[in-house]
Ligand binder design. Structure first.
Ligand SMILES: Cc1cc2nc3c(=O)[nH]c(=O)nc-3n(C[C@H](O)[C@H](O)[C@H](O)COP(=O)(O)OP(=O)(O)OC[C@H]3O[C@@H](n4cnc5c(N)ncnc54)[C@H](O)[C@@H]3O)c2cc1C
Length: 452
């Protein structure tokens, strides 16, 4: 068995592993950092939906470059770690023993399939959406010659993939037991707008309806039976029903897991053993506002955790660690951008938070006669007594992709509506809403009037 030695071993080359390794090297240039990853070619996971349509068209156009990691002096190796001995500080692949001083689990997540679907997933024509190039290529090749596609799950991954297939004229149905699409990120009045657009784009939505059976003939899928009795003829079924933390290795090594199966970590991403860290989708998460365990899995969240871990391996450099996910996310449906951060009004009510909401609808250019002007609506959710912003949702043009990041900062920095009402912003007719109608400030103003 080959023997290798390093100071910091990072297991997993996704966004979390890569950024932990880069950050660790920047803070500890004298240390030897080794990143081991399973796949030689790593996909950019967030762009997987766009390999199915003509935006990217193939997985070859969606390969994450290793250069940013390797150029910083981090060593990389392709392989699978099968075993970790925490006591001996050693990890093993099939032919190599790696000794380490610090270890970071960045083993990510894999598709979650409900127990009731565990047999169905073995049928020809039934797929999940893993982040592995070979499997995405298999799915793409199979779907290319098929017409009737059914997707189970109306989260952003199911919707984004469905929209790409619909663009090439395929008949796409999305099924979800929830009454509304994207329901974890948007309140009903915004989710309904997303549904209207998705239907315009050619998707058939079966919401508030559960899968009862997967129909098959000779081991090949033929349809999906719904609880309300209907059968949807399907040549392909894609299960987009979420992801679960990949923690088999950590569990075998004796690490403590938290609710929803992620590796238990503190805010600096340390396990109880302060030489062992976990970051990204494999780590347990809490919600930033409610402090409840969270199932949110996002590359952006993973990278924030990676920066906190990478700078805290040997010494805690910054007092700010990772303090919970704000579930910040954005997507496009046709030419409209949808984005969300923090808690929704519905979630706030479930958590018994005393909140006030304000929605302002304006235009993203001024005056509204500017040729590319489109409607922009901002909904803010704030605490009733302090006015602290705890959530926001936006629909508009592409600028929404960055506007939501302002709301993310407001949430993380505990900003109140009073600060927002006199916020100084740069505005320009060709670039933004009018200063007189700046949507974030106007939504804050609406909230302040409603507050007790
Ligand atoms: C289709 C799709 C679209 C998405 N879109 C978005 C988006 O728009 N925005 C967003 O923020 N998030 C998005 N996400 C979520 C995002 O991709 C994940 O949150 C992110 O990939 C998590 O990063 P990670 O590094 O923790 O894990 P992963 O990306 O899962 O990477 C973990 C890596 O570790 C490797 N590994 C596991 N075990 C071992 C082992 N024992 N030895 C060696 N290597 C190992 C795996 O092979 C994998 O490559 C999307 C996800 C999918 C699937």
């Amino acid at each position: 068995m080959k023997k290798v030695q390093c100071d910091v071993l990072v297991i997993g080359g996704g966004p979390a592993g890569g950024i932990t390794a880069i950050t660790a090297k920047r803070h500890n240039p004298e240390k030897e950092i080794l990143l081991i990853r399973e796949d030689k070619e790593q996909l950019v996971p967030c762009a997987i939906p766009y390999v199915f349509g003509d935006i990217l068209g193939s997985t070859e156009k969606n390969i994450a470059s290793c250069a940013p990691v390797e150029n910083t002096g981090v060593k990389t190796m392709v392989g699978v770690v099968d075993e970790v001995s925490i006591e001996d500080k050693k990890a093993y692949t099939k032919d190599t023993q790696i000794s380490f001083d610090k270890l970071v689990f960045a083993t990510g997540s894999t598709p979650f399939v409900r127990a009731a679907m565990s047999e169905a997933v073995k049928l020809e024509g039934v797929f999940t959406v893993p982040k592995c190039k070979e499997k995405i290529d298999q799915l793409k090749t199979y779907v290319d010659t098929k017409q009737q596609i059914t997707i189970v799950g109306s989260g952003f991954i199911g919707v984004e993939i469905g929209l790409e297939f619909a663009k090439s004229g395929k008949e796409v149905t999305i099924i979800d037991g929830a009454e509304h699409m994207l329901h974890t990120a948007f309140d009903v009045e915004l989710a309904s707008q997303a549904e209207e657009l998705a239907e315009k784009a050619g998707l058939t939505l079966e919401l508030g309806n559960y899968v009862d059976s997967i129909e098959e003939e000779n081991g090949i899928v033929t349809g999906v039976g719904l609880r309300r009795g209907k059968v949807i003829k399907s040549e392909v079924v894609i299960l987009a029903t979420g992801y679960k933390p990949e923690t088999d290795l950590a569990k075998k090594a004796g690490l403590k897991l938290a609710r929803y199966g992620g590796i238990w970590v503190d805010e600096y991403m340390r396990t109880r053993n302060h030489d062992i860290f976990a970051v990204g989708d494999c780590a347990a998460r809490r919600d930033f506002i409610t402090r409840e365990p969270s199932k949110v899995m996002l590359a952006s969240t993973s990278v924030s955790e990676a920066r906190a871990a990478g700078s805290s391996l040997y010494k805690i450099k910054y007092i700010k660690g990772f303090n919970g996910t704000i579930a910040i996310f954005s997507t496009m449906i046709m030419d409209r951008a949808f984005a969300s951060a923090g808690v929704t009004e519905a979630q706030a009510k479930i958590q018994n938070l005393d909140i006030v909401t304000g929605t302002f609808e304006g235009m993203n250019r001024h005056p509204a006669t500017i040729p590319d002007a489109v409607k922009q609506s901002v909904k803010l959710i704030a605490m009733n007594h302090s006015g602290r912003i705890i959530g926001g949702q936006i629909i508009g043009g592409p600028e929404v992709g960055e506007l939501i990041n302002i709301i993310g900062l407001l949430i993380e920095e505990k900003v109140s509506v009073y600060t927002l009402m006199s916020l100084q912003v740069a505005t320009h007719p060709l670039l933004t809403a009018a200063p007189t109608n700046y949507p974030i400030a106007k939504a804050a103003e609406i909230i302040s009037k409603k507050m007790e």
